[in-house]
Design a protein around this ligand. Structure first.
Ligand code: FAD
Length: 327
Protein backbone atom coordinates (compact mmCIF):
# COMPACT_ATOMS: atom_id res chain seq x y z
CA UNK A 1 0.00 0.00 0.00
CA UNK A 2 1.40 3.42 -0.97
CA UNK A 3 0.28 6.25 1.27
CA UNK A 4 -1.12 9.49 -0.08
CA UNK A 5 1.53 12.03 0.92
CA UNK A 6 0.78 15.64 1.90
CA UNK A 7 3.33 18.43 2.24
CA UNK A 8 2.50 20.16 5.53
CA UNK A 9 3.99 23.63 5.92
CA UNK A 10 4.44 25.10 9.37
CA UNK A 11 5.65 28.18 11.15
CA UNK A 12 7.94 27.46 14.10
CA UNK A 13 6.49 23.98 14.53
CA UNK A 14 2.84 25.01 14.23
CA UNK A 15 0.98 23.83 11.11
CA UNK A 16 -0.42 26.61 8.98
CA UNK A 17 -3.93 26.69 7.57
CA UNK A 18 -2.68 25.58 4.15
CA UNK A 19 -1.31 22.40 5.70
CA UNK A 20 -4.62 21.70 7.45
CA UNK A 21 -6.52 22.15 4.16
CA UNK A 22 -4.15 19.79 2.32
CA UNK A 23 -4.31 17.22 5.13
CA UNK A 24 -8.12 17.25 5.10
CA UNK A 25 -8.10 16.73 1.32
CA UNK A 26 -5.43 14.04 1.68
CA UNK A 27 -7.50 12.18 4.26
CA UNK A 28 -10.52 12.20 1.94
CA UNK A 29 -8.44 10.92 -0.96
CA UNK A 30 -6.69 8.27 1.12
CA UNK A 31 -10.05 7.00 2.37
CA UNK A 32 -11.43 6.90 -1.18
CA UNK A 33 -8.40 4.91 -2.35
CA UNK A 34 -8.28 2.69 0.74
CA UNK A 35 -4.76 3.93 1.43
CA UNK A 36 -3.04 5.52 4.40
CA UNK A 37 -2.23 9.20 4.78
CA UNK A 38 1.31 10.42 5.36
CA UNK A 39 2.70 13.94 5.73
CA UNK A 40 6.02 15.61 5.04
CA UNK A 41 7.22 18.15 7.57
CA UNK A 42 10.51 19.91 6.97
CA UNK A 43 12.53 22.43 8.92
CA UNK A 44 14.94 22.74 11.82
CA UNK A 45 12.59 21.60 14.55
CA UNK A 46 9.71 19.82 12.94
CA UNK A 47 8.62 17.66 15.90
CA UNK A 48 5.75 19.96 16.94
CA UNK A 49 4.47 20.06 13.38
CA UNK A 50 4.79 16.28 13.09
CA UNK A 51 2.58 15.77 16.16
CA UNK A 52 0.02 18.21 14.76
CA UNK A 53 0.02 16.49 11.37
CA UNK A 54 -0.92 13.24 13.12
CA UNK A 55 -3.65 15.05 15.07
CA UNK A 56 -4.87 16.46 11.72
CA UNK A 57 -5.29 13.02 10.16
CA UNK A 58 -1.86 11.68 9.10
CA UNK A 59 -1.05 8.08 9.97
CA UNK A 60 2.64 8.61 9.38
CA UNK A 61 4.92 11.65 9.19
CA UNK A 62 8.17 11.92 7.23
CA UNK A 63 10.25 14.47 9.14
CA UNK A 64 13.09 16.12 7.26
CA UNK A 65 15.22 18.02 9.74
CA UNK A 66 18.37 19.82 8.75
CA UNK A 67 19.89 23.17 9.85
CA UNK A 68 20.05 24.16 6.19
CA UNK A 69 16.23 24.31 6.22
CA UNK A 70 16.11 27.14 8.78
CA UNK A 71 14.73 29.57 6.17
CA UNK A 72 12.25 28.64 3.45
CA UNK A 73 14.34 28.32 0.29
CA UNK A 74 12.36 26.77 -2.58
CA UNK A 75 15.25 24.78 -4.04
CA UNK A 76 16.26 23.32 -0.67
CA UNK A 77 12.70 22.57 0.42
CA UNK A 78 11.96 20.93 -2.93
CA UNK A 79 15.03 18.72 -2.44
CA UNK A 80 13.89 17.92 1.11
CA UNK A 81 10.35 17.07 -0.03
CA UNK A 82 11.71 14.95 -2.90
CA UNK A 83 13.82 12.95 -0.42
CA UNK A 84 10.67 12.29 1.65
CA UNK A 85 8.60 11.28 -1.41
CA UNK A 86 11.31 8.86 -2.47
CA UNK A 87 11.65 7.37 1.00
CA UNK A 88 7.86 7.00 1.23
CA UNK A 89 7.69 5.71 -2.37
CA UNK A 90 4.53 7.82 -2.66
CA UNK A 91 2.48 7.96 -5.83
CA UNK A 92 0.30 10.96 -4.98
CA UNK A 93 1.74 14.08 -3.36
CA UNK A 94 -0.66 16.88 -2.40
CA UNK A 95 0.37 20.46 -1.65
CA UNK A 96 -1.65 23.57 -0.97
CA UNK A 97 -0.92 26.29 -3.51
CA UNK A 98 -0.02 28.94 -0.95
CA UNK A 99 3.18 30.93 -1.50
CA UNK A 100 5.42 27.97 -0.68
CA UNK A 101 3.26 25.48 -2.59
CA UNK A 102 3.47 27.55 -5.78
CA UNK A 103 7.24 27.35 -5.55
CA UNK A 104 7.34 23.69 -4.66
CA UNK A 105 4.87 21.97 -7.03
CA UNK A 106 6.82 22.49 -10.29
CA UNK A 107 10.21 21.99 -8.65
CA UNK A 108 9.13 18.81 -6.92
CA UNK A 109 7.43 17.37 -10.02
CA UNK A 110 10.50 18.15 -12.10
CA UNK A 111 12.88 16.53 -9.58
CA UNK A 112 10.72 13.42 -9.39
CA UNK A 113 9.88 13.21 -13.10
CA UNK A 114 6.24 13.27 -12.01
CA UNK A 115 3.08 14.77 -13.53
CA UNK A 116 2.21 18.20 -12.12
CA UNK A 117 -1.39 19.36 -11.67
CA UNK A 118 -2.20 22.82 -10.40
CA UNK A 119 -5.20 24.84 -9.18
CA UNK A 120 -7.10 21.64 -8.38
CA UNK A 121 -10.36 22.41 -6.57
CA UNK A 122 -11.85 18.92 -6.33
CA UNK A 123 -11.00 15.33 -7.12
CA UNK A 124 -12.50 11.86 -7.38
CA UNK A 125 -11.15 8.34 -7.40
CA UNK A 126 -13.12 6.33 -9.95
CA UNK A 127 -12.16 2.66 -10.14
CA UNK A 128 -8.60 3.47 -9.15
CA UNK A 129 -8.33 6.32 -11.69
CA UNK A 130 -7.80 9.71 -10.16
CA UNK A 131 -9.69 12.61 -11.70
CA UNK A 132 -8.58 16.12 -10.87
CA UNK A 133 -10.88 19.09 -11.51
CA UNK A 134 -9.62 22.64 -12.00
CA UNK A 135 -11.06 25.85 -13.40
CA UNK A 136 -9.88 26.87 -16.88
CA UNK A 137 -10.31 30.00 -19.01
CA UNK A 138 -10.20 32.21 -15.91
CA UNK A 139 -12.90 30.16 -14.19
CA UNK A 140 -15.39 30.17 -17.09
CA UNK A 141 -15.25 26.36 -17.32
CA UNK A 142 -14.08 23.40 -15.28
CA UNK A 143 -11.78 20.76 -16.77
CA UNK A 144 -11.24 17.25 -15.47
CA UNK A 145 -7.73 15.81 -15.84
CA UNK A 146 -6.18 12.38 -15.42
CA UNK A 147 -2.40 12.14 -15.28
CA UNK A 148 -0.45 10.02 -17.75
CA UNK A 149 2.22 9.31 -15.16
CA UNK A 150 1.86 7.13 -12.11
CA UNK A 151 3.51 9.65 -9.78
CA UNK A 152 1.52 12.88 -9.48
CA UNK A 153 2.32 16.11 -7.67
CA UNK A 154 -0.93 17.97 -7.12
CA UNK A 155 -1.37 21.61 -6.13
CA UNK A 156 -4.72 22.37 -4.50
CA UNK A 157 -6.06 25.87 -4.96
CA UNK A 158 -5.84 27.63 -1.59
CA UNK A 159 -9.04 27.97 0.45
CA UNK A 160 -11.00 25.43 -1.57
CA UNK A 161 -10.78 22.69 1.07
CA UNK A 162 -12.12 22.87 4.60
CA UNK A 163 -9.19 22.67 7.02
CA UNK A 164 -8.74 19.52 9.11
CA UNK A 165 -9.57 19.80 12.78
CA UNK A 166 -7.06 18.51 15.32
CA UNK A 167 -7.78 15.36 17.28
CA UNK A 168 -4.95 15.06 19.78
CA UNK A 169 -5.96 11.52 20.71
CA UNK A 170 -4.81 10.24 17.28
CA UNK A 171 -1.54 8.35 17.16
CA UNK A 172 0.89 7.79 14.31
CA UNK A 173 4.45 7.05 13.38
CA UNK A 174 7.19 9.63 12.79
CA UNK A 175 9.91 8.52 10.36
CA UNK A 176 13.12 10.51 10.06
CA UNK A 177 14.22 11.17 6.50
CA UNK A 178 17.95 11.16 5.89
CA UNK A 179 18.60 14.29 3.89
CA UNK A 180 21.84 15.92 2.91
CA UNK A 181 22.16 18.55 0.27
CA UNK A 182 25.06 20.74 -0.85
CA UNK A 183 24.57 24.34 0.21
CA UNK A 184 25.07 25.36 -3.43
CA UNK A 185 21.61 23.88 -4.18
CA UNK A 186 20.16 27.11 -2.79
CA UNK A 187 20.15 29.58 -5.65
CA UNK A 188 18.54 32.38 -3.64
CA UNK A 189 19.16 33.83 -0.20
CA UNK A 190 16.84 35.74 2.14
CA UNK A 191 18.43 39.15 2.69
CA UNK A 192 15.62 40.89 4.53
CA UNK A 193 12.15 40.27 5.88
CA UNK A 194 9.63 43.07 5.87
CA UNK A 195 6.59 42.67 8.06
CA UNK A 196 3.57 44.15 6.33
CA UNK A 197 1.67 46.54 8.60
CA UNK A 198 -1.85 45.19 8.92
CA UNK A 199 -4.39 47.21 10.80
CA UNK A 200 -7.58 45.45 11.79
CA UNK A 201 -8.48 41.99 10.55
CA UNK A 202 -6.23 40.20 8.09
CA UNK A 203 -8.00 39.85 4.73
CA UNK A 204 -6.89 36.25 4.15
CA UNK A 205 -8.35 35.04 7.45
CA UNK A 206 -11.40 37.32 7.71
CA UNK A 207 -14.78 35.65 8.19
CA UNK A 208 -16.58 38.70 6.81
CA UNK A 209 -15.24 40.79 3.92
CA UNK A 210 -16.70 43.89 2.29
CA UNK A 211 -15.03 44.59 -1.04
CA UNK A 212 -15.35 47.59 -3.30
CA UNK A 213 -14.81 47.90 -7.02
CA UNK A 214 -14.65 50.45 -9.79
CA UNK A 215 -18.35 51.14 -9.21
CA UNK A 216 -17.45 53.06 -6.04
CA UNK A 217 -16.04 55.77 -8.29
CA UNK A 218 -13.08 56.78 -6.11
CA UNK A 219 -11.18 56.20 -2.86
CA UNK A 220 -13.57 58.15 -0.59
CA UNK A 221 -16.44 55.62 -0.56
CA UNK A 222 -14.06 52.98 0.82
CA UNK A 223 -14.57 54.81 4.15
CA UNK A 224 -18.21 53.69 3.99
CA UNK A 225 -17.03 50.11 3.46
CA UNK A 226 -14.74 50.48 6.48
CA UNK A 227 -17.67 51.72 8.56
CA UNK A 228 -19.71 48.65 7.58
CA UNK A 229 -16.72 46.39 8.22
CA UNK A 230 -16.31 47.91 11.69
CA UNK A 231 -19.95 47.12 12.53
CA UNK A 232 -19.68 43.53 11.27
CA UNK A 233 -16.16 42.87 12.56
CA UNK A 234 -14.94 42.29 9.02
CA UNK A 235 -12.11 43.30 6.70
CA UNK A 236 -12.19 45.50 3.59
CA UNK A 237 -11.07 44.17 0.21
CA UNK A 238 -11.10 45.46 -3.35
CA UNK A 239 -11.20 44.48 -6.98
CA UNK A 240 -8.12 44.93 -9.12
CA UNK A 241 -9.77 47.85 -10.91
CA UNK A 242 -9.96 49.74 -7.61
CA UNK A 243 -6.34 48.84 -6.84
CA UNK A 244 -5.10 49.77 -10.32
CA UNK A 245 -6.85 53.12 -10.02
CA UNK A 246 -4.72 53.76 -6.92
CA UNK A 247 -7.76 54.05 -4.63
CA UNK A 248 -6.59 51.38 -2.19
CA UNK A 249 -3.43 49.40 -1.38
CA UNK A 250 -2.53 46.39 -3.58
CA UNK A 251 -2.61 44.20 -0.43
CA UNK A 252 -6.40 44.64 -0.47
CA UNK A 253 -6.88 43.03 -3.88
CA UNK A 254 -9.03 39.92 -3.91
CA UNK A 255 -8.79 37.53 -6.84
CA UNK A 256 -6.66 35.36 -9.04
CA UNK A 257 -3.67 37.70 -8.75
CA UNK A 258 -4.59 39.00 -5.31
CA UNK A 259 -5.58 37.30 -2.08
CA UNK A 260 -7.70 34.16 -2.21
CA UNK A 261 -10.32 34.36 0.51
CA UNK A 262 -12.92 32.02 1.97
CA UNK A 263 -15.08 34.09 4.32
CA UNK A 264 -18.49 33.11 5.64
CA UNK A 265 -19.82 36.32 4.10
CA UNK A 266 -18.45 38.31 1.15
CA UNK A 267 -20.16 41.59 0.27
CA UNK A 268 -19.21 42.85 -3.20
CA UNK A 269 -20.04 46.51 -3.77
CA UNK A 270 -19.75 47.95 -7.27
CA UNK A 271 -17.87 44.89 -8.52
CA UNK A 272 -18.91 43.36 -11.85
CA UNK A 273 -17.77 39.81 -11.05
CA UNK A 274 -15.03 39.22 -13.62
CA UNK A 275 -13.80 35.62 -13.63
CA UNK A 276 -10.42 36.71 -12.21
CA UNK A 277 -12.16 38.32 -9.24
CA UNK A 278 -14.46 35.32 -8.72
CA UNK A 279 -11.41 33.03 -8.73
CA UNK A 280 -10.48 34.63 -5.42
CA UNK A 281 -13.81 33.95 -3.72
CA UNK A 282 -14.46 30.32 -4.77
CA UNK A 283 -14.53 29.35 -1.10
CA UNK A 284 -16.83 32.17 0.10
CA UNK A 285 -19.87 30.60 1.76
CA UNK A 286 -22.29 33.48 1.12
CA UNK A 287 -21.97 36.35 -1.34
CA UNK A 288 -24.06 39.51 -1.26
CA UNK A 289 -23.72 41.71 -4.34
CA UNK A 290 -24.71 45.36 -4.58
CA UNK A 291 -24.61 46.51 -8.18
CA UNK A 292 -26.77 48.86 -10.21
CA UNK A 293 -26.56 46.64 -13.30
CA UNK A 294 -28.98 43.70 -13.00
CA UNK A 295 -27.00 41.87 -15.73
CA UNK A 296 -23.67 42.05 -13.85
CA UNK A 297 -22.08 38.56 -13.67
CA UNK A 298 -21.56 38.89 -9.91
CA UNK A 299 -25.27 38.14 -9.46
CA UNK A 300 -24.71 34.61 -10.82
CA UNK A 301 -22.33 33.97 -7.91
CA UNK A 302 -24.39 35.87 -5.34
CA UNK A 303 -26.49 34.24 -2.65
CA UNK A 304 -28.34 37.54 -2.32
CA UNK A 305 -28.36 40.32 -4.89
CA UNK A 306 -29.29 43.97 -4.46
CA UNK A 307 -29.81 45.80 -7.76
CA UNK A 308 -29.26 49.39 -6.74
CA UNK A 309 -26.85 52.28 -6.62
CA UNK A 310 -24.63 51.51 -3.63
CA UNK A 311 -25.09 55.12 -2.42
CA UNK A 312 -28.74 54.40 -1.71
CA UNK A 313 -28.06 51.11 0.06
CA UNK A 314 -24.82 51.29 2.05
CA UNK A 315 -25.61 54.13 4.51
CA UNK A 316 -28.97 52.68 5.55
CA UNK A 317 -27.57 49.11 5.66
CA UNK A 318 -24.76 50.24 7.96
CA UNK A 319 -27.17 52.28 10.13
CA UNK A 320 -29.63 49.38 10.49
CA UNK A 321 -26.86 46.89 11.31
CA UNK A 322 -25.44 49.33 13.88
CA UNK A 323 -28.84 49.38 15.57
CA UNK A 324 -29.17 45.60 15.32
CA UNK A 325 -25.74 45.04 16.90
CA UNK A 326 -26.30 47.79 19.47
CA UNK A 327 -23.26 49.76 18.26
P1 FAD B 1 -15.85 46.77 -13.46
O1 FAD B 1 -15.74 45.50 -14.20
O2 FAD B 1 -15.67 48.04 -14.23
O3 FAD B 1 -17.23 46.76 -12.70
C1 FAD B 1 -17.73 47.85 -11.98
C2 FAD B 1 -19.15 47.49 -11.58
O4 FAD B 1 -19.68 48.51 -10.75
C3 FAD B 1 -20.12 47.36 -12.77
O5 FAD B 1 -20.73 46.08 -12.72
C4 FAD B 1 -21.14 48.46 -12.56
O6 FAD B 1 -22.45 48.09 -12.93
C5 FAD B 1 -21.04 48.68 -11.07
N1 FAD B 1 -21.42 50.02 -10.64
C6 FAD B 1 -21.07 51.22 -11.20
N2 FAD B 1 -21.56 52.23 -10.47
C7 FAD B 1 -22.25 51.68 -9.45
C8 FAD B 1 -22.99 52.22 -8.35
N3 FAD B 1 -23.10 53.54 -8.17
N4 FAD B 1 -23.56 51.36 -7.48
C9 FAD B 1 -23.49 50.02 -7.65
N5 FAD B 1 -22.80 49.46 -8.67
C10 FAD B 1 -22.18 50.28 -9.55
N6 FAD B 1 -9.55 41.50 -10.98
C11 FAD B 1 -9.69 41.32 -9.66
O7 FAD B 1 -10.61 41.89 -9.04
N7 FAD B 1 -8.80 40.53 -8.97
C12 FAD B 1 -7.76 39.90 -9.57
O8 FAD B 1 -6.98 39.21 -8.88
C13 FAD B 1 -7.60 40.06 -10.99
N8 FAD B 1 -6.62 39.43 -11.63
C14 FAD B 1 -6.52 39.58 -12.99
C15 FAD B 1 -5.55 38.85 -13.68
C16 FAD B 1 -5.45 38.97 -15.04
C17 FAD B 1 -4.39 38.20 -15.77
C18 FAD B 1 -6.34 39.82 -15.75
C19 FAD B 1 -6.27 39.94 -17.25
C20 FAD B 1 -7.30 40.53 -15.09
C21 FAD B 1 -7.40 40.42 -13.69
N9 FAD B 1 -8.37 41.13 -12.97
C22 FAD B 1 -8.52 40.91 -11.65
C23 FAD B 1 -9.19 42.19 -13.62
C24 FAD B 1 -10.59 41.73 -13.98
O9 FAD B 1 -10.58 41.16 -15.27
C25 FAD B 1 -11.57 42.92 -13.98
O10 FAD B 1 -11.09 43.90 -14.86
C26 FAD B 1 -11.76 43.56 -12.62
O11 FAD B 1 -12.07 42.58 -11.65
C27 FAD B 1 -12.91 44.55 -12.72
O12 FAD B 1 -13.07 45.21 -11.50
P2 FAD B 1 -14.49 45.81 -11.08
O13 FAD B 1 -15.49 44.73 -11.03
O14 FAD B 1 -14.27 46.64 -9.88
O15 FAD B 1 -14.75 46.84 -12.27
Amino acid sequence: MRDVLVYAGHEAGSLNRSALEALAAGRKLANALGEGLAAIVAGVDASGAAAQAIAAGADKVYAVENPILAEFQPALYAAAAAAAVQQADARIVLLNLDGAGRDLVPRLASRLGAAALTEVVSFAAEGGTLKWTRPVYGGKAMAVYTALKDRQVVGLRAKTQDPATLDNSRTGEVVKVSFTVPESTAVTRVVDKIQEAVSGINLADARIIISGGRGLGGPEPFKELEALAAVLGGAVGASRAAVDAGWVAPTMQVGQTGTIVAPDLYIAVGISGASQHLAGITGAKNVIAINKDAEAPIFKRATLGIVADYKTVLPSLTAELKKAFGK
